[in-house]
Design a protein around this ligand. Structure first.
Ligand code: SAH
Ligand code: SF4
Ligand code: F3S
Length: 452
């Protein structure tokens, strides 16, 4: 039996891809390894979105080279593969920088891994595959073999929007939506294997327009309606959405479809119209605020989260103030904020108006404080409330289980280990910065004791 170790960087789509790679290599005899040292093959599934993320890969490769040499000295082999967005963006350059790499495979080509492994064992040297499009990949991926209680399911890939800061259109290629029948097949397989919650993924998931069951193009809302008819699928989520593609039918789905969770990740990036224009986001701050109003009218308790880029070229104090103003108006349940990172080949990187590092640092701290305060207020409001939690794993403490609220908050509860895979009502008793502590409400504990 051979062993495989996959290290995943970046977004949820990479998490999904890593799971698919493991499924793809299982029939070749690869079982999961706990560490790279135990592995015959190591895959780094990489992210190119910010400089830090992509540079991490090369330092990790340096360590893997040492391990590979050590193994070779003992007569053992180790195959090193680089997959994901750095593989797509840098291609041959990766092998030039680190000769120990055997395989470079892009995010749309990893279904060809078995063939690439065979090629390098036949011929000396390395193998590289970074072809588009995404369609061939989805046509040839095996069924998911060992999902948990919750699972990701990629329904859309790539991006045609070309925000001026972003590498995704270059690394993931043009927008592509999978056919609905293929998605439903995958979702039913997941539910048959015990999955209770599916998060539909796409770089622009709400721009979904895959071939429907009636061969017309379906929207994401139509896809969600169809998924909500699958028996046993208790919760549906989706990410990441672009404000421009938030159609009326999707907003209505939040009002009408019980399984669609009241949580939405809707990146705004900035609250300044002139920065939004330079970013090519194609909406104004006011468009975003009005959209939030419409969503909250449809589903008042919906929790909103977002992404922000601080220090985009040309961002003035006034622009930054506009971002703070938008945040104060919306009141987010959670959010990610990043310093702008110039990416090679993107239009914004060539700007002459870069914001000094110390200004970026200072602004980021101010924004993070405000967002954390909003998160605290949002979570504090749950103290004493009873909410349904889908438990998906055991906690570190004996008897403890961890799950998610409908609003994607992590919730842990004691004496709950038998409820993994189930939705249980939990009373919130403690609020921490990144999680809630709850107690199973009494009659459920009692029912369980009787059942045992
Ligand atoms: N499709 C999503 C975002 C995908 S990338 C959208 O349109 O919003 C995930 C997040 O990384 C982005 O929302 C953005 O906040 C951040 N990001 C992307 N490029 C970046 C860059 N060059 N510097 C800093 N953050 C970046
Ligand atoms: Fe990147 Fe913009 Fe596409 Fe999102 S919409 S993936 S930020 S180019
Ligand atoms: Fe990173 Fe690629 Fe995802 S650049 S954020 S892994 S799409």
């Amino acid at each position: 039996m051979k062993k495989l170790f996959i290290k995943t960087y970046g977004c949820q789509m990479n998490v999904y891809d890593s799971a698919r790679m493991a499924d793809l290599l299982a029939p070749l005899g690869y079982a999961p390894a706990d560490t790279p040292r135990d592995a015959d093959m190591v895959i780094l599934n990489t992210c190119h979105v910010r400089e830090k993320a992509s540079e991490k890969v090369f330092s990790e490769l340096g360590k893997l080279k040492e391990l590979k040499d050590e193994k070779a000295a003992n007569g053992n082999q180790m195959v090193i593969a680089v997959a994901g967005c750095v593989a797509q963006a840098e291609g041959e350059e990766i092998v030039r920088r680190q000769k120990a790499v055997d395989i470079v495979v892009g995010p749309q080509s990893y279904h060809r891994l078995p063939e690439l492994i065979a090629r390098i064992s036949r011929e000396k040297g390395h193998a590289l595959e970074t072809d588009f499009p995404a369609q061939d990949k989805f046509d040839s991926l095996p069924e998911s073999s060992a999902p948990g209680v919750t699972s990701f399911l990629t329904v859309q890939e790539g991006c045609d929007k070309f925000c001026t800061f972003c590498v995704v259109p270059y690394t993931r290629g043009a927008e592509y939506s999978r056919p609905v029948a293929q998605i439903l097949r995958e979702a039913r397989n997941l539910v048959d294997r015990g999955v209770r919650e599916i998060t539909l993924l796409g770089q622009n998931v709400n721009a979904f327009n895959g071939e429907g069951l009636d061969s017309a193009r379906w929207t994401l809302a139509q896809l969600i309606r169809s998924l909500s008819e699958i028996d046993g699928l208790a919760r549906i989520r989706y990410m990441t959405s672009h404000p421009r593609d938030m159609g009326e039918d999707l907003i209505a789905a939040h009002r009408d479809i019980e399984q669609l969770m009241p949580y939405l990740h809707l990146p705004v990036q900035s609250g300044s119209d002139s920065i939004l224009r330079s970013m090519n986001r194609q909406h104004t701050a006011d468009d975003y605020l009005r959209l939030v109003d419409r969503i909250r009218t449809a589903r008042p308790e919906l929790a909103l989260s977002s992404d922000f880029i601080i220090g985009f070229p040309g961002e003035s104090d006034k622009d930054f103030e506009a971002t703070l103003k938008l945040v104060r108006e919306v009141k987010f349940a959670s959010a990610f904020s990043f310093k702008y990172s110039p990416r090679p080949g993107t239009p914004a990187a060539a700007s002459v108006k870069h914001v000094p590092e110390d200004v970026k640092t200072e602004r980021l701290e101010i924004l993070k404080d405000l967002l954390l305060e909003q998160q605290r207020v949002f979570n504090n409001d749950f103290r004493g409330r009873t909410i349904p939690v889908l438990f998906d794993k055991l906690g570190r403490k004996s008897g403890q289980a961890i799950g998610r609220s409908p609003y994607l908050q992590a919730v842990h509860a004691d004496n709950a280990e038998h409820f993994v895979g189930q939705i249980q009502d939990v009373k919130i008793e403690g609020v921490f910065p990144n999680s809630l502590k709850g107690a199973l409400i009494d009659d459920q504990t009692r029912t369980h004791e009787i059942a045992c």
